[in-house]
Design a protein around this ligand. Structure first.
Ligand code: SF4
Length: 388
């Protein structure tokens, strides 16, 4: 799924219902096809741009084309939850897929041409770095061309461990308008354990938050967001605290629900309970829209959210709007979230975590039940053991 935060889309093998044909999926070849001449596309993006035939469950529409820089040597980091971790990359490339989802490689020229002709619902392009010595050079080249030739706003999902503040200025000059920083973990302890020295990774908690601060300084208030993953072993209170920290710095949070990637060090770790995720989604929406403050929220002794800090009637109206439960991410030019990542956190079917479209009445009924379900919330918050 992720190098620094790529999410799984829909597995070709696991989600046959999504795809009409597998015959047109190209296998990863042996010739060098690296960035910046080549990029990888998520399956969802490949389908949306017409490279691959398929259909989305409930007719979801992808609104952001996600590109991934690619190198034969893969990513130099080794995050425990990431399917692209260095020690796994050779095996993954040999299989022609990155864990759940094939990220096919295409010439950048073809991707740009297809993106220029993309359906009107495509309102943004995101270029994701991986931790590689050439990534900061190549992300500029790809960004410059995508911004110039497609006319679409471009986000960059950056790799702070290989960047300086000057690199952020260069990204702005290359045409990017927004920055994503995949901090992923809610606390420094979890971050270090899953992304730092214990797993042989180069990432540092302070570096990530400092880069986020610098991104806000350079791109402007509200123009940078952190990625945070629910379910890495934190409590709801800790995750709400990280969301609040990002907000007080002037940014927002793009929220993910942990999904155990096959082959990753955390492949046996459970997903967070849906009740926990619904409460965190609601808290994120309220915090990012300045509708509540962390001091106004109430938590129980186990760190679970018990009160969101606004009157019951107001809270009810927010819940029934359905908005807090839609995917959070960078917006398009219309101000609506473009990065809607259909089925990035779960298999297509009932049990959608991030809704890529407004939840319908039936969905809202289920969400209301899930929101107040505390049954499993304690176990996964406190029972995490990093398995390797
Ligand atoms: S939320 Fe923004 S930075 Fe993150 S992946 Fe989506 S478009 Fe890229």
């Amino acid at each position: 799924m992720r190098c620094n935060c790529l999410w799984p889309w829909v597995s070709l093998e696991e989600e046959k219902s999504l795809l009409m044909s597998r015959s047109e999926i190209p296998l990863v070849g042996t010739a060098k096809r690296e960035s910046p001449e080549h990029v990888r596309l998520s399956l969802a993006a490949a389908m949306t741009l017409g490279f691959t035939k398929g259909w989305f469950y409930r007719n979801a529409k992808l609104r952001c084309i996600n590109l991934l820089l690619t190198y034969d040597r893969g990513c130099a980091a080794n995050c425990a939850f990431c399917g692209l971790a260095a020690e796994k990359s050779e095996q993954a490339v040999a299989r022609g897929k990155f864990i759940r989802v094939p990220w096919q490689t295409f010439p950048l020229d073809e991707v740009i041409a297809a993106t220029s002709d993309a359906p009107a619902n495509v309102g943004r392009v995101c270029v994701s770095m991986i931790t590689h010595p050439h990534a900061k050079r190549d992300v500029l080249a790809v960004c410059r061309r995508v911004a110039r030739d497609t006319g679409k706003p471009v986000s960059l999902l950056i790799a702070p461990s290989v960047l300086t503040k000057d690199d952020l200025w260069a990204m702005k000059d290359a045409g990017a308008d927004r920055i994503g920083v995949a901090i992923d973990a809610a606390t420094s302890e979890i971050f270090d354990r899953l992304r730092g020295k214990p797993v042989g990774g180069p990432h540092r908690w302070d570096t990530y938050w400092r880069t986020f601060q610098q991104s806000l300084e350079i791109f402007g208030e509200g123009m940078a967001g952190v990625h945070l993953i629910c379910g890495l072993g934190e409590t709801e209170q800790e995750l709400a605290g990280a969301i609040w920290r990002a907000r007080t710095m002037g940014g927002t949070t793009h929220l993910f629900s942990f999904f155990p990637e096959k082959g990753s060090a955390m492949e046996h770790h459970p997903q967070p309970p849906v009740g926990t995720y619904r409460r965190i989604q609601l808290a994120r929406w309220l915090i990012d829209r300045d509708r509540t403050r962390i001091e106004a929220m109430q938590f129980d002794g186990l760190g679970r959210i018990k009160h969101f800090g606004l009157p019951d009637a107001d809270l009810e109206a927010v819940i029934m709007s359905g908005e807090p439960f839609e995917t959070s991410g960078c917006p398009g030019q219309d101000g609506i979230v473009a990065c809607n990542r259909p089925y990035g956190n779960e298999k297509p079917g009932s049990g959608i975590r991030n809704f890529p479209f407004p939840p319908e009445a039936e969905d809202l009924e289920q969400i209301r039940t899930e929101l107040w379900d505390y049954a499993a919330a304690v176990a996964t918050s406190h029972d995490f053991t990093h398995r390797r």
